[in-house]
Design a protein around this ligand. Structure first.
Ligand code: BES
Ligand code: MN
Ligand code: ZN
Length: 503
């Protein structure tokens, strides 16, 4: 969909539909008041009759509202005015877009961006409106033989701001919101693809495709032989059981000057995780096609950077492999030598994510990164700890962790920090190698991060465990596109930080 920002009165918009908010207890938003006045109290009459209570997410489509220039007016319930926060804003926008999608309008003018949300300005609301709208309209139907097309799809949306002064920031926010939404779409498409299509080489091909589309992007793909030469014994040990060979995908986005240290993102790209010889139980195993969601989010961020032409250097590295059991697969007890030279006893072949990531983490040392953030659907334990709300965060550098927590709050794609204290490291002790790849049941998310930390000593590093946030199960099964909003906010914050310091 196309978006733009504007400042003007709702009753004067020639539009398929004007979208206005109404709070509980018949409290009208500024835009609703304007429509009400122009229409001689049409809105208050509807409310008085009891047809609309203003509950959060409630919608009512009004036709033929007198004295307004638009075809329709959509009332959207916003709940109690004093409780109107980020979550309410998201819910209200999603409800509005769903209702618009069911209506016959092909364009709309939303005044939801004029509602006050504590701590946030117009730019935030514009960005968030676009991201939520696009997420709501997302469908993954490329593998269905019949697609259900909407009757008359929404094509254009104007987001209204209270004053003209807000327009420049709003316009920038439109570009950012659309880039983030586009990145999330790519992330969701890739993550939703099944393992028989989305194999390591498929991901590699997608990276080449991106590089052909965007000039500042260069892609290099390492195959098994090159990984052997580098000594990536851990990554290769995971891939051994599969007939689909692994790939290390390196995407370099050079939007900044050549002497500027890059932000490096490392994604776990297990295109299917059976558990290997430590085979997983059958229930919901299909969802292990999502085990490359970290990699998919790196793709999303890189595409968003390209679309925004972000003036900074970002490198995405993806460790892509498939974890399968067969005669050639790694066995529990096998000992491998990682690229760092450290040896690992593979006590459980299902703890494969850390094995592919550790070699990728050593590999990225060569970029002399400003920071390294790895993104991985790493542990079921993270779902037990944080559910499906926050992603897990562990870091070896407190300011970096704080930057990510802050970006999570702003983007509402939130993270929660867990401790990376030395006390946990001994759970990885092995009698036969430098370390084991599992640390037992207690604090599974932390010991997984402890394992990674041993390969991230040379730079500022943070780890995001997205096992609970990358996809939804059940009726709404599918990838969420997280944590693309978080990571984009983190990058945008770095740019702003640099501008503020005048460099
Ligand atoms: N990809 C899984 C983690 C996972 C499981 C994410 C379920 C989302 C839902 C990972 O490779 C894994 O299997 N981890 C094991 C580690 C254990 C063997 C130490 C786990 O969490 O059970
Ligand atoms: Mn596993
Ligand atoms: Zn896995």
């Amino acid at each position: 969909m196309e978006y733009s920002v504007k400042s003007g009165s709702p009753e004067k918009q020639r539009s398929g539909c004007v979208v206005i908010g109404v709070f509980r207890n018949r409290r009208l938003s500024t835009a609703a008041k304007a429509v009400d006045q122009a229409s001689d109290g049409y809105i208050t009459a509807v409310l008085r009759r009891g047809d609309f209570s203003g509950d959060k997410g409630e919608t009512l489509l009004l036709l033929e509202v007198p004295n307004v220039l638009c075809d329709r007016v959509l009332l959207v319930g916003c709940g109690k005015e004093r409780d109107f926060d980020e979550q309410a804003f998201q819910k209200v926008v999603a409800a509005a877009v769903q209702a618009l999608d069911r209506s016959g309008a092909t364009d709309a003018s939303s005044y939801l961006t004029e509602l006050a949300v504590r701590h946030h300005g117009a730019d935030w609301k514009v960005r968030q409106h676009i991201v939520v709208a696009e997420s709501t309209l997302y469908r993954f139907d490329q593998l269905k033989s019949k697609k259900d097309e909407p009757r008359r799809p929404l094509k254009r949306m104007v987001l209204n701001l209270g004053s003209r002064r807000e327009l420049p920031a709003g316009e920038r926010a439109v570009r950012e919101g659309m880039a983030i939404a586009s990145g999330m779409r790519l992330t969701r498409d890739l993550a939703n693809l099944p393992g028989n299509i989305c194999k390591p080489e498929y991901l590699a091909e997608q990276a080449r495709l991106l590089a052909r589309t965007y000039d500042p992007l260069d892609v290099e793909i390492l195959d098994e032989k090159q990984m052997e030469e580098l000594g990536m014994g851990a990554l290769l040990a995971v891939a051994r059981g599969s007939t689909n060979p692994p790939r290390l995908i390196v995407m370099r986005y050079s939007g900044g000057s050549s002497d500027e240290a890059p932000q490096v993102l490392v994604g776990k790209g297990i295109t299917f995780d059976t558990g290997g010889i430590s085979l997983k139980p059958g229930e919901a195993m299909d969802e292990m096609k999502f085990d490359m969601s970290g990699a998919a989010s790196v793709f999303g961020v890189i595409r968003a950077c390209c679309e925004l032409q972000l003036p900074m250097n970002v490198i995405g590295v993806i460790a892509a492999a498939e974890n399968m059991p067969d005669g050639n697969a790694s066995r529990p007890g096998d000992i491998v030598t990682t690229m760092s030279g450290q040896t690992v006893e593979i006590l459980n072949t299902d703890a494969e994510g850390r094995l592919v990531l550790c070699d990728a983490l050593t590999y990225v040392e060569r970029f002399e990164p400003a920071t390294v953030i790895d993104i991985a659907t790493l542990t079921g334990a993270c779902i037990i700890a944080l559910g499906h709300v926050a992603s897990g965060l562990l870091a070896n550098h407190a300011p970096l962790a704080n930057d990510l927590i802050h970006a999570g709050r702003t983007s509402f794609d939130r993270v929660w920090e867990l401790p990376l204290w030395d006390d946990y490291q001994e759970q990885l002790d092995s009698n036969f190698a430098d370390m084991a790849n599992i640390g037992g049941r207690p604090a599974g998310t932390i010991t997984a991060a402890c394992f990674l930390s041993r390969f991230a000593k040379k730079y500022r590093w943070a780890h995001l465990d997205i096992a609970g946030t990358a996809w939804k199960s059940g009726k709404e099964k599918g990838a969420t596109g997280r944590p693309v909003p978080l990571l984009m906010q983190y990058l945008l914050d770095r740019l702003e930080e640099r501008q503020r310091s005048g460099k």
